[in-house]
Design a protein around this ligand. Structure first.
Ligand code: SF4
Length: 276
């Protein structure tokens, strides 16, 4: 289990124009990954890309252009942990960054715990050198949300959609810069995956660094540092001019803590309800 319990929260923006061009929420994730690659902390990054039609695909990216090409994948719906085996067995990598949802970070932690003392424990524990969690309000069933709700109920063809964004105020659906649809959280609650309704982690407590955009002004990312190794990666990216950062303001920090608390309470309450 993670022993370190740092919690430093920053609002961050990438200093790389190309990255800012594809990541409209500040680009901190990509810049931290590029910095970790350039610093040789990792040889590859396990990320999720959109393989077309908003369908997720787990990919191992080994340079900035692959990261940029795959930016903005629908993370909650992909099995990011399969990328660990792919990176080791198919790419022959010894050091990778794992980017995923809070539950995937917890899953990885459990794999380590269970695997300790077995023949494969060394591979996993020494290969994943950086864990970056993405804030997660919940993942939604692709068929139900896209086909039933967005396409059938609202008449928005999936082929026109370029981006789905779920923020504290609900779902935003875009075609390029144009917003096609906005729906509040309560309107899409029924489309949430069953497992997500008992989830109690919003930021990714089992990661080195969490990244999201809630809590920071538009065009900036929110970054939470949880461990000393996460801090090292973050400080190197600052020092080498990949990112600019300042501590988040109180309102931003309060919002993140409130959402974490609400998700935890709702998840535990639903779990208790199901046990009855
Ligand atoms: S809500 Fe929880 S279980 Fe669902 S994808 Fe997010 S982190 Fe995973």
């Amino acid at each position: 289990m993670l022993k370190e319990r740092l919690e430093e929260i920053y609002e961050v923006v990438s200093k790389d124009e190309e990255i800012r061009g594809v990541c409209h929420n500040g680009g901190a994730l990509l810049s931290l990954l590029v910095s970790a690659l350039d610093d040789a902390i990792v040889e590859g990054c396990i990320t999720v890309t959109d393989k077309g039609g908003l369908m997720p695909e787990v990919r191992v990216a080994m340079n900035k252009s692959s990261l940029i090409e795959g930016a903005g994948g629908p993370y909650g719906s992909a099995a990011a942990l399969t990328g660990v085996a792919d990176a080791i067995l198919n790419y022959g990598l010894w050091s990778v960054a794992l980017v995923g949802t809070p539950c995937q970070m917890a899953g990885y932690e459990k794999m380590l715990d269970v695997g300790r003392g077995t023949h494969n424990a060394h591979n996993f524990s020494s290969t994943v050198r950086l864990r970056i969690a993405l804030f997660c309000p919940g993942a939604y069933s692709y068929d139900k949300l896209l086909k039933e709700y967005i396409e059938r109920e609202h008449g928005t063809p999936i082929s026109e959609i370029t981006k789905l964004d779920i923020r504290e105020d609900g779902l935003h659906v875009y075609a390029g810069d144009k917003e096609l649809l906005h729906a509040g959280m309560n309107e899409i609650e029924d489309y949430k995956r069953e497992g997500c309704k008992i989830c109690a982690d919003f930021t990714g407590l089992f990661s080195d660094i969490s990244v999201g955009h809630i809590g920071s002004p538009a065009g900036k990312s929110t970054v939470i540092i949880h461990t000393d190794s996460g801090k090292e990666v973050f400080e190197r990216a600052l020092e080498w001019g990949y990112i600019e950062a300042k501590p988040i303001n109180k309102a931003g920090a309060d919002l993140i803590h409130r959402l974490q608390k609400e998700k935890r309470e709702a998840g535990l309450a639903e779990k208790a309800r199901r046990k009855k």
